[in-house]
Design a protein around this ligand. Structure first.
Ligand code: NDP
Ligand code: 2IT
Length: 449
């Protein structure tokens, strides 16, 4: 369990009490407060005016009904959420998740993390998150469109280019953003490109946004490996998931000379010792929208599929969890350490449980927390907003270069902050403190908000 400074303990106790049952939110708050002991020891004034309590309380939480009609003509009801967590640094910014597990606690954990992540990017964006318990699996294109239109019919009242700018997350990619943008445009009679990011290139999207989270995570890990005088070349890498983040994580690892030996979806994982064939994964996931088990069937010899089980049983030098929260447990961490892992980069949000993080850090494994390592997606969303605001469109190279620069700078601010607070090499502490200080300073400057 994370150690909490005694001055912060009453704050945590109160957060746990008034957000009963929201276990993921508790976990995220606990982890950040666990890093702030050294900050309040040095700067006790951060304890004044309930600043930390205010940071743990979302500015606004919206919950709404989403009615829609399925292909059989039956009426379906889902629940929609948008948690506008913190707007001290800019308009609320963060993705929308469609997954049956979505509930208020999950959206709050994601919005809380997003606030610090966005601060780390150095871009003018606040933190928010949204979603629905809608399950897109097995739904037709028409059902997806009707759901997205109904979801936006309520959401449009709460968002705007200067207010709140959603994007994708689990279950929400280019197709869904397109349907939501189309509905927003009809409802408002405005071509307000900057209201959503992750848009298609034909209607105001940014080059490299689709690739940005995965590419950015690999840039971060590459820089972290460089502190130990090594790199991706020749390394065995395991990447969990096979969605947006996982696919472009694999793509950049391959371009850096790494060998990806396994990837997964929520049903199981595939191992391919000759190196995962990324074109095949893209065909299965981006075009056919099928299960990862198809990979082993289509690839034939060399590849095998394991139903269920843990992808972290596959030995590797670098692990990049890129599916979902708490997908890598303490047991998995012990297995990875035993098998000689040297670095872990979180592409997903909070994929490692607290005991897994502890095990990696105790074992001296380089560990990049999600709020730093996966910030390239939202940073490039901010670049998309910048292009929309100036009615401009940058080249892929120009955009990727900005992304690479931002990731280097996030890496360095985490490393420097950890050092400043006497915890050299602790990227969790560095990310939490650097993100917190930026948000806290802005909130102080704005008076009692
Ligand atoms: P996608 O929907 O594109 O892919 C998600 C992948 O994770 C799929 O392979 C999915 O498998 C798997 N997955 C989802 N839920 C579970 C679960 N409960 N158990 C096991 N596997 C699961 O989402 P993204 O790639 O966009 O997101 C992945 C992670 O990265 C999330 O944590 C997200 O919050 C985070 N992230 C995303 C960013 C982005 O720009 N998209 C930016 C920063 C972070 P299946 O298809 O079987 O469900
Ligand atoms: O978790 C995340 O950072 C995202 N899902 C991307 C958010 C965004 O606004 O681009």
């Amino acid at each position: 369990m994370t150690q909490i400074d005694e001055k912060l303990e009453p704050i945590l106790t109160e957060v746990l009490r008034r957000n009963a049952g929201e276990v993921e939110f508790h976990q995220a708050v606990c982890e950040v407060l666990g890093s702030l002991g050294r900050v309040v020891a040095k700067h006790p004034d951060y304890l004044d005016d309930a600043l930390i309590e205010r940071i743990c309380e979302p500015e606004r939480q919206i919950i709404f009904r989403v009615p829609w009609v399925d292909d059989k003509g039956h009426v379906q009801i889902n629940r929609g959420f948008r948690v506008q967590f913190n707007s001290a640094l800019g308009p609320y910014k963060g993705g929308i998740r469609f997954h049956p597990s979505v509930n208020l606690g999950i959206i709050k954990f994601l919005g809380f993390e997003q606030t610090f992540k966005n601060a780390l990017t150095g871009m003018p964006i606040g933190g928010g998150k949204g979603g629905s318990d809608f399950n897109p699996r097995g739904r037709s294109d028409g059902e997806i469109m009707r759901f997205c239109q109904s979801f936006m019919t309520e959401l449009h009242r709460h968002i705007g280019e200067y207010t709140d700018v959603p994007a994708g997350d689990i279950g929400v990619g280019g197709r869904e953003i397109g349907y939501m943008f189309g509905q927003y445009k009809r409802l408002t009679n405005r071509y307000e490109a900057g209201v959503l990011t992750g848009k298609g290139l034909v209607y105001g999207g940014s080059r490299a946004r689709k690739e940005a989270t995965g590419y950015g995570a690999v840039y971060f890990v590459e820089r972290m490996l460089a502190t130990k005088g090594t790199d991706f070349a020749g390394k065995r890498v395991v990447v969990s998931g096979s969605g947006n983040v996982a696919i472009y994580t694999m793509e950049k690892i391959l371009s850096f000379g790494g060998i990806v030996v396994a990837c997964s979806d929520s049903s199981g994982y595939v191992v391919d010792e000759s190196g995962i064939d990324l074109d095949l994964v893209k065909e299965i996931k981006e075009v056919r929208r099928e299960r990862i088990s198809e990979y082993a069937r289509l690839k034939g010899t060399g590849a095998h599929y394991i139903e269920g089980g843990s992808i972290w049983d596959v030995a590797c030098d670098v692990a990049m969890p890129s599916a979902t929260q708490n997908e890598l447990t303490g047991k998995d961490a012990r297995t990875l350490v035993k098998n000689g892992v040297i670095a872990v980069g979180e592409g997903a949000n909070m994929p490692s449980t607290p005991d897994a993080v502890h095990i990696f850090q105790e074992a001296g494994v380089l560990f990049a927390p999600g709020k730093a390592a996966n910030a390239g997606g939202v940073a490039t969303s901010a670049l998309e907003m910048q292009q929309n605001a100036s009615r401009d469109s940058w080249t892929f190279e120009q955009t990727e270069e900005r992304l690479a620069m931002i990731m280097r700078s996030i890496h360095d601010i985490c490393a420097e902050t950890a050092e400043e607070y006497g915890a050299t090499g602790d990227y969790v502490l560095g990310a939490n403190i650097a993100g917190f200080v930026r948000v806290a300073e802005a909130m102080r400057a704005l008076g009692l908000i």
